[in-house]
Design a protein around this ligand. Structure first.
Ligand SMILES: C[S@@+](CC[C@H](N)C(=O)[O-])C[C@H]1O[C@@H](n2cnc3c(N)ncnc32)[C@H](O)[C@@H]1O
Length: 384
Protein backbone atom coordinates (compact mmCIF):
# COMPACT_ATOMS: atom_id res chain seq x y z
CA UNK A 1 0.00 0.00 0.00
CA UNK A 2 1.38 3.44 -0.88
CA UNK A 3 0.65 6.26 1.48
CA UNK A 4 1.11 9.93 0.55
CA UNK A 5 3.08 11.93 3.06
CA UNK A 6 1.85 15.50 2.79
CA UNK A 7 -0.54 15.48 -0.11
CA UNK A 8 1.18 14.74 -3.34
CA UNK A 9 4.73 15.41 -2.14
CA UNK A 10 5.93 11.86 -2.06
CA UNK A 11 4.72 8.43 -2.88
CA UNK A 12 6.72 6.19 -0.65
CA UNK A 13 5.44 2.93 0.68
CA UNK A 14 4.95 3.29 4.43
CA UNK A 15 3.35 0.04 5.49
CA UNK A 16 6.18 -2.49 5.89
CA UNK A 17 8.51 -2.34 8.86
CA UNK A 18 11.36 -0.10 7.77
CA UNK A 19 13.23 0.47 11.02
CA UNK A 20 13.39 -1.92 13.93
CA UNK A 21 15.81 0.41 15.72
CA UNK A 22 16.13 4.17 15.72
CA UNK A 23 19.29 5.33 13.97
CA UNK A 24 19.28 8.77 15.50
CA UNK A 25 21.39 9.45 18.58
CA UNK A 26 19.08 9.68 21.61
CA UNK A 27 21.68 11.61 23.61
CA UNK A 28 21.76 14.27 20.91
CA UNK A 29 17.94 14.44 20.95
CA UNK A 30 17.88 14.82 24.75
CA UNK A 31 20.58 17.52 24.68
CA UNK A 32 18.70 19.36 21.93
CA UNK A 33 15.26 19.29 23.55
CA UNK A 34 16.30 19.63 27.22
CA UNK A 35 12.67 19.41 28.29
CA UNK A 36 11.72 20.58 31.74
CA UNK A 37 10.08 18.12 34.12
CA UNK A 38 6.34 17.62 33.39
CA UNK A 39 6.67 18.63 29.73
CA UNK A 40 4.33 17.40 27.04
CA UNK A 41 6.42 15.98 24.21
CA UNK A 42 5.73 14.53 20.81
CA UNK A 43 8.11 12.28 18.93
CA UNK A 44 8.08 10.43 15.66
CA UNK A 45 7.84 6.84 16.85
CA UNK A 46 9.87 5.04 14.18
CA UNK A 47 11.03 1.96 16.16
CA UNK A 48 10.04 3.57 19.47
CA UNK A 49 13.53 3.87 20.95
CA UNK A 50 13.93 7.64 21.17
CA UNK A 51 10.30 8.33 22.04
CA UNK A 52 10.81 5.94 24.97
CA UNK A 53 14.06 7.71 25.92
CA UNK A 54 12.05 10.92 26.33
CA UNK A 55 10.36 9.30 29.36
CA UNK A 56 13.71 9.66 31.12
CA UNK A 57 13.11 13.44 31.29
CA UNK A 58 10.17 12.93 33.66
CA UNK A 59 7.57 14.37 31.29
CA UNK A 60 3.83 14.68 31.82
CA UNK A 61 3.26 12.86 28.56
CA UNK A 62 5.07 11.58 25.49
CA UNK A 63 3.16 11.00 22.28
CA UNK A 64 4.89 8.56 19.93
CA UNK A 65 3.35 9.05 16.50
CA UNK A 66 3.93 7.27 13.22
CA UNK A 67 2.09 7.03 9.96
CA UNK A 68 3.22 3.44 9.45
CA UNK A 69 1.14 0.75 11.21
CA UNK A 70 4.12 -1.63 11.30
CA UNK A 71 6.24 0.91 13.20
CA UNK A 72 3.32 1.41 15.57
CA UNK A 73 3.00 -2.35 16.15
CA UNK A 74 6.72 -2.49 16.95
CA UNK A 75 6.48 0.44 19.34
CA UNK A 76 3.59 -1.27 21.16
CA UNK A 77 5.63 -4.46 21.36
CA UNK A 78 8.63 -2.68 22.92
CA UNK A 79 6.37 -0.89 25.39
CA UNK A 80 4.74 -4.20 26.33
CA UNK A 81 8.13 -5.88 26.72
CA UNK A 82 9.34 -3.17 29.11
CA UNK A 83 6.05 -3.27 31.02
CA UNK A 84 5.97 -7.07 31.33
CA UNK A 85 9.49 -8.44 31.49
CA UNK A 86 12.54 -7.96 33.66
CA UNK A 87 15.55 -6.23 32.11
CA UNK A 88 17.45 -9.41 31.21
CA UNK A 89 14.42 -11.06 29.63
CA UNK A 90 13.56 -7.87 27.78
CA UNK A 91 17.00 -7.80 26.13
CA UNK A 92 16.66 -11.49 25.28
CA UNK A 93 13.17 -11.04 23.87
CA UNK A 94 14.07 -8.05 21.70
CA UNK A 95 17.15 -9.83 20.32
CA UNK A 96 20.08 -8.19 22.10
CA UNK A 97 21.04 -11.45 23.82
CA UNK A 98 20.39 -15.02 22.61
CA UNK A 99 17.12 -16.74 23.54
CA UNK A 100 14.99 -19.76 22.68
CA UNK A 101 12.09 -18.38 24.69
CA UNK A 102 10.95 -15.46 22.55
CA UNK A 103 7.57 -17.02 21.77
CA UNK A 104 6.94 -17.48 25.49
CA UNK A 105 7.99 -13.90 26.18
CA UNK A 106 5.67 -12.69 23.41
CA UNK A 107 2.78 -14.64 24.92
CA UNK A 108 3.48 -12.97 28.26
CA UNK A 109 3.57 -9.50 26.68
CA UNK A 110 0.27 -9.77 24.81
CA UNK A 111 -1.88 -8.60 27.71
CA UNK A 112 -0.15 -5.19 27.51
CA UNK A 113 -0.75 -4.72 23.78
CA UNK A 114 -3.73 -3.56 21.73
CA UNK A 115 -5.37 -6.29 19.61
CA UNK A 116 -4.07 -4.82 16.33
CA UNK A 117 -0.48 -5.09 17.51
CA UNK A 118 -0.98 -8.62 18.89
CA UNK A 119 -2.42 -9.76 15.54
CA UNK A 120 0.39 -8.04 13.63
CA UNK A 121 3.00 -10.05 15.56
CA UNK A 122 1.00 -13.29 15.64
CA UNK A 123 1.27 -13.22 11.84
CA UNK A 124 5.04 -12.75 12.11
CA UNK A 125 6.17 -15.43 14.52
CA UNK A 126 9.45 -15.82 12.59
CA UNK A 127 10.31 -12.18 13.26
CA UNK A 128 9.55 -12.62 16.96
CA UNK A 129 11.85 -15.65 17.05
CA UNK A 130 14.68 -13.73 15.34
CA UNK A 131 14.50 -10.88 17.81
CA UNK A 132 12.55 -7.86 16.63
CA UNK A 133 15.39 -5.32 16.71
CA UNK A 134 16.95 -7.10 13.72
CA UNK A 135 14.05 -7.29 11.29
CA UNK A 136 13.48 -3.84 9.80
CA UNK A 137 14.25 -3.31 6.13
CA UNK A 138 17.09 -0.98 7.12
CA UNK A 139 18.57 -3.43 9.65
CA UNK A 140 18.35 -6.23 7.06
CA UNK A 141 20.28 -4.02 4.67
CA UNK A 142 23.03 -3.64 7.25
CA UNK A 143 22.93 -7.40 7.68
CA UNK A 144 23.54 -7.86 3.93
CA UNK A 145 26.48 -5.48 4.21
CA UNK A 146 27.90 -7.33 7.16
CA UNK A 147 27.46 -10.82 5.74
CA UNK A 148 28.35 -10.31 2.08
CA UNK A 149 30.29 -7.07 1.62
CA UNK A 150 32.31 -6.45 4.77
CA UNK A 151 34.06 -9.86 4.66
CA UNK A 152 35.33 -9.04 1.15
CA UNK A 153 36.75 -5.76 2.43
CA UNK A 154 38.15 -6.65 5.83
CA UNK A 155 39.21 -9.65 7.87
CA UNK A 156 37.54 -10.25 11.22
CA UNK A 157 40.80 -9.18 12.84
CA UNK A 158 40.71 -5.75 11.21
CA UNK A 159 37.09 -5.23 12.27
CA UNK A 160 38.03 -6.29 15.80
CA UNK A 161 41.02 -3.93 15.78
CA UNK A 162 38.77 -1.01 14.88
CA UNK A 163 36.21 -1.91 17.53
CA UNK A 164 38.92 -2.41 20.15
CA UNK A 165 40.52 1.01 19.54
CA UNK A 166 40.28 2.86 22.80
CA UNK A 167 41.16 6.36 21.60
CA UNK A 168 41.03 8.51 18.48
CA UNK A 169 44.74 8.27 17.58
CA UNK A 170 44.43 4.46 17.57
CA UNK A 171 41.30 4.65 15.42
CA UNK A 172 43.05 6.98 12.98
CA UNK A 173 46.00 4.60 12.78
CA UNK A 174 43.80 1.55 12.15
CA UNK A 175 41.85 3.51 9.55
CA UNK A 176 44.94 4.73 7.70
CA UNK A 177 46.97 1.50 7.91
CA UNK A 178 44.34 -1.21 7.57
CA UNK A 179 40.84 0.09 6.94
CA UNK A 180 41.01 2.60 4.12
CA UNK A 181 41.82 0.22 1.26
CA UNK A 182 40.47 0.42 -2.28
CA UNK A 183 37.85 -2.29 -1.70
CA UNK A 184 36.48 -0.33 1.28
CA UNK A 185 36.07 2.83 -0.79
CA UNK A 186 34.62 1.13 -3.87
CA UNK A 187 32.30 -1.38 -2.28
CA UNK A 188 31.09 0.97 0.42
CA UNK A 189 30.26 3.64 -2.16
CA UNK A 190 28.34 1.16 -4.30
CA UNK A 191 26.51 -0.54 -1.44
CA UNK A 192 25.48 2.72 0.22
CA UNK A 193 24.85 4.54 -3.06
CA UNK A 194 21.45 5.79 -4.20
CA UNK A 195 20.64 2.76 -6.36
CA UNK A 196 21.10 -0.13 -3.93
CA UNK A 197 20.30 1.76 -0.73
CA UNK A 198 17.20 3.24 -2.37
CA UNK A 199 15.87 -0.13 -3.45
CA UNK A 200 17.00 -2.48 -0.72
CA UNK A 201 17.54 -0.32 2.37
CA UNK A 202 15.29 2.73 2.13
CA UNK A 203 12.91 3.66 -0.71
CA UNK A 204 13.75 5.29 -4.07
CA UNK A 205 11.21 8.06 -3.25
CA UNK A 206 13.21 8.98 -0.14
CA UNK A 207 15.80 10.53 -2.48
CA UNK A 208 13.28 12.75 -4.34
CA UNK A 209 14.66 15.96 -2.86
CA UNK A 210 18.32 15.01 -2.83
CA UNK A 211 20.39 17.37 -4.97
CA UNK A 212 23.82 16.30 -3.86
CA UNK A 213 25.93 14.47 -6.46
CA UNK A 214 27.04 11.14 -5.04
CA UNK A 215 25.07 9.65 -2.17
CA UNK A 216 27.64 6.85 -1.83
CA UNK A 217 30.43 9.39 -1.52
CA UNK A 218 28.53 11.34 1.12
CA UNK A 219 28.12 8.22 3.25
CA UNK A 220 31.75 7.19 2.69
CA UNK A 221 32.91 10.58 4.03
CA UNK A 222 30.53 10.30 6.97
CA UNK A 223 31.79 6.79 7.76
CA UNK A 224 35.39 7.99 7.61
CA UNK A 225 34.53 10.74 10.06
CA UNK A 226 32.79 8.30 12.41
CA UNK A 227 35.72 5.90 12.34
CA UNK A 228 38.43 8.54 12.81
CA UNK A 229 36.91 11.49 14.66
CA UNK A 230 34.23 10.03 16.93
CA UNK A 231 35.09 7.54 19.66
CA UNK A 232 34.17 4.03 18.52
CA UNK A 233 34.40 2.95 22.17
CA UNK A 234 30.95 4.36 22.97
CA UNK A 235 29.35 4.14 19.53
CA UNK A 236 26.78 1.37 19.69
CA UNK A 237 25.60 2.25 16.18
CA UNK A 238 28.99 1.32 14.73
CA UNK A 239 29.18 -1.83 16.80
CA UNK A 240 25.76 -2.92 15.50
CA UNK A 241 26.63 -2.18 11.87
CA UNK A 242 29.90 -4.11 12.08
CA UNK A 243 28.85 -7.05 14.28
CA UNK A 244 25.06 -7.30 14.03
CA UNK A 245 24.34 -6.70 17.70
CA UNK A 246 25.16 -4.87 20.89
CA UNK A 247 27.61 -6.47 23.30
CA UNK A 248 27.18 -3.64 25.79
CA UNK A 249 30.89 -2.79 25.46
CA UNK A 250 30.07 0.16 23.19
CA UNK A 251 27.03 1.30 25.11
CA UNK A 252 23.37 0.71 24.42
CA UNK A 253 20.48 2.88 23.26
CA UNK A 254 19.14 4.52 26.46
CA UNK A 255 15.84 2.62 26.36
CA UNK A 256 17.78 -0.65 26.71
CA UNK A 257 20.15 0.10 29.58
CA UNK A 258 19.68 -1.53 32.96
CA UNK A 259 20.05 1.84 34.71
CA UNK A 260 17.09 3.30 32.83
CA UNK A 261 14.87 0.23 32.82
CA UNK A 262 13.03 0.69 36.11
CA UNK A 263 12.40 4.38 35.38
CA UNK A 264 10.91 3.57 32.00
CA UNK A 265 8.75 0.79 33.45
CA UNK A 266 7.47 3.22 36.02
CA UNK A 267 6.51 5.89 33.51
CA UNK A 268 4.88 3.86 30.74
CA UNK A 269 1.48 5.19 31.73
CA UNK A 270 2.64 8.56 30.39
CA UNK A 271 3.47 7.09 26.97
CA UNK A 272 0.84 7.36 24.25
CA UNK A 273 1.20 5.59 20.91
CA UNK A 274 -0.67 7.17 18.00
CA UNK A 275 -0.95 5.89 14.44
CA UNK A 276 -1.40 8.97 12.28
CA UNK A 277 0.60 11.39 10.20
CA UNK A 278 2.09 14.23 12.19
CA UNK A 279 0.30 16.67 9.87
CA UNK A 280 -3.10 15.17 10.54
CA UNK A 281 -2.50 14.85 14.28
CA UNK A 282 -1.37 18.45 14.64
CA UNK A 283 -4.35 19.70 12.65
CA UNK A 284 -6.61 18.56 15.49
CA UNK A 285 -4.23 19.65 18.27
CA UNK A 286 -5.10 22.84 20.16
CA UNK A 287 -2.61 25.71 20.12
CA UNK A 288 -0.02 25.82 22.87
CA UNK A 289 0.09 22.08 23.53
CA UNK A 290 3.63 20.78 23.17
CA UNK A 291 6.93 21.64 24.84
CA UNK A 292 9.13 19.56 22.58
CA UNK A 293 9.14 17.85 19.17
CA UNK A 294 11.47 15.05 18.12
CA UNK A 295 10.97 14.92 14.37
CA UNK A 296 13.52 12.33 13.22
CA UNK A 297 14.36 13.31 9.62
CA UNK A 298 10.82 13.54 8.29
CA UNK A 299 11.52 16.71 6.28
CA UNK A 300 13.88 14.67 4.14
CA UNK A 301 10.95 13.38 2.12
CA UNK A 302 8.93 16.55 1.69
CA UNK A 303 9.28 19.66 -0.42
CA UNK A 304 10.79 22.88 0.90
CA UNK A 305 7.34 24.57 0.87
CA UNK A 306 5.61 21.71 2.67
CA UNK A 307 8.41 21.73 5.24
CA UNK A 308 7.75 25.39 6.05
CA UNK A 309 3.98 24.75 6.22
CA UNK A 310 4.48 21.87 8.65
CA UNK A 311 6.89 23.94 10.75
CA UNK A 312 4.29 26.72 10.99
CA UNK A 313 1.74 24.17 12.15
CA UNK A 314 4.26 23.00 14.74
CA UNK A 315 4.66 26.60 15.94
CA UNK A 316 0.87 26.87 16.23
CA UNK A 317 0.66 23.78 18.44
CA UNK A 318 3.73 24.68 20.54
CA UNK A 319 4.06 26.47 23.82
CA UNK A 320 6.38 29.43 23.81
CA UNK A 321 9.96 28.24 24.17
CA UNK A 322 9.16 24.74 22.89
CA UNK A 323 12.13 23.06 21.26
CA UNK A 324 12.39 21.10 18.03
CA UNK A 325 15.03 18.55 17.18
CA UNK A 326 15.43 16.95 13.77
CA UNK A 327 18.06 15.67 11.41
CA UNK A 328 19.01 16.49 7.82
CA UNK A 329 20.36 13.41 6.08
CA UNK A 330 20.93 14.62 2.52
CA UNK A 331 18.34 17.39 2.16
CA UNK A 332 18.86 20.80 3.80
CA UNK A 333 15.75 21.73 5.79
CA UNK A 334 15.12 24.22 8.62
CA UNK A 335 12.87 27.17 9.44
CA UNK A 336 13.16 29.88 6.84
CA UNK A 337 11.27 32.94 5.63
CA UNK A 338 8.02 33.61 7.53
CA UNK A 339 8.59 30.49 9.60
CA UNK A 340 11.83 31.93 10.95
CA UNK A 341 9.85 34.74 12.59
CA UNK A 342 8.17 32.21 14.90
CA UNK A 343 10.79 29.46 15.03
CA UNK A 344 14.37 30.41 15.73
CA UNK A 345 17.19 28.08 14.77
CA UNK A 346 19.90 27.53 17.36
CA UNK A 347 22.79 27.08 14.94
CA UNK A 348 25.39 26.98 17.67
CA UNK A 349 23.80 24.11 19.57
CA UNK A 350 22.93 22.32 16.31
CA UNK A 351 26.57 22.55 15.16
CA UNK A 352 27.86 21.42 18.55
CA UNK A 353 25.56 18.40 18.59
CA UNK A 354 26.32 17.55 14.94
CA UNK A 355 29.97 17.19 15.95
CA UNK A 356 29.23 14.55 18.59
CA UNK A 357 26.32 12.83 16.80
CA UNK A 358 27.01 9.09 16.88
CA UNK A 359 24.33 8.51 14.22
CA UNK A 360 27.04 9.64 11.89
CA UNK A 361 25.24 9.38 8.53
CA UNK A 362 23.43 12.67 9.07
CA UNK A 363 24.67 15.91 7.62
CA UNK A 364 23.28 18.03 10.41
CA UNK A 365 21.28 18.16 13.61
CA UNK A 366 18.77 21.02 13.62
CA UNK A 367 17.76 22.52 16.95
CA UNK A 368 15.07 25.18 16.98
CA UNK A 369 12.98 27.07 19.48
CA UNK A 370 9.46 28.37 19.09
CA UNK A 371 9.53 32.08 19.81
CA UNK A 372 6.22 33.23 18.42
CA UNK A 373 3.67 31.03 20.16
CA UNK A 374 0.98 32.55 22.33
CA UNK A 375 0.54 30.96 25.74
CA UNK A 376 -2.58 28.82 25.99
CA UNK A 377 -3.72 26.68 28.86
CA UNK A 378 -2.34 23.13 28.58
CA UNK A 379 -4.59 20.71 26.77
CA UNK A 380 -5.13 17.04 27.35
CA UNK A 381 -3.45 15.16 24.55
CA UNK A 382 -4.55 11.72 23.48
CA UNK A 383 -5.07 8.40 25.19
CA UNK A 384 -2.91 5.33 25.16
C1 LIG B 1 11.58 9.72 9.11
S1 LIG B 1 11.83 7.98 9.20
C2 LIG B 1 13.56 7.78 9.54
C3 LIG B 1 14.31 7.70 8.31
C4 LIG B 1 15.72 7.29 8.44
N1 LIG B 1 16.45 8.16 9.30
C5 LIG B 1 16.26 7.28 7.03
O1 LIG B 1 16.49 8.35 6.50
O2 LIG B 1 16.38 6.21 6.44
C6 LIG B 1 11.23 7.52 10.76
C7 LIG B 1 9.77 7.28 10.81
O3 LIG B 1 9.06 8.44 10.44
C8 LIG B 1 7.77 8.02 9.98
N2 LIG B 1 7.22 9.17 9.28
C9 LIG B 1 7.73 9.79 8.19
N3 LIG B 1 6.98 10.87 7.88
C10 LIG B 1 5.98 10.93 8.81
C11 LIG B 1 4.89 11.82 9.03
N4 LIG B 1 4.71 12.84 8.23
N5 LIG B 1 4.06 11.59 10.07
C12 LIG B 1 4.26 10.52 10.89
N6 LIG B 1 5.27 9.65 10.73
C13 LIG B 1 6.13 9.85 9.70
C14 LIG B 1 8.09 6.81 9.14
O4 LIG B 1 6.97 5.96 9.03
C15 LIG B 1 9.22 6.17 9.94
O5 LIG B 1 8.75 5.14 10.76
Amino acid sequence: MAIDVIKGSIRAEFSTLRYSQVWEDADVMLAALQPEKSSILISIASAGDNALALLLTDPQQVIAIDINPAQIALTHLKVAAIATLGHKDCLAFLGVTPSNARTDFFNECQAQMPGTAVRYWQDRQGDIDRGVIHIGKFERYFSLFRRFVLPIIHSKKTVEAMLAASDLPTQERVYADRWNNRRWRWLFRIFFGKFLLGRLGRDPAFFNYVEEGSVGNHFLMRAKRALTQLPVANNYFIEYILTGNYSGRHGLPPYLTETNFATLKDRLDRFVVVQDSLESHLSSTPPGTFDGYNLSDIFEYISADDTQRLLLEIARTARNGARLCYWNLLVPRWSQGDTATVISRNEELGAKLSLVDRGFFYQRVVVEEVIGATEFPPSSVGQR
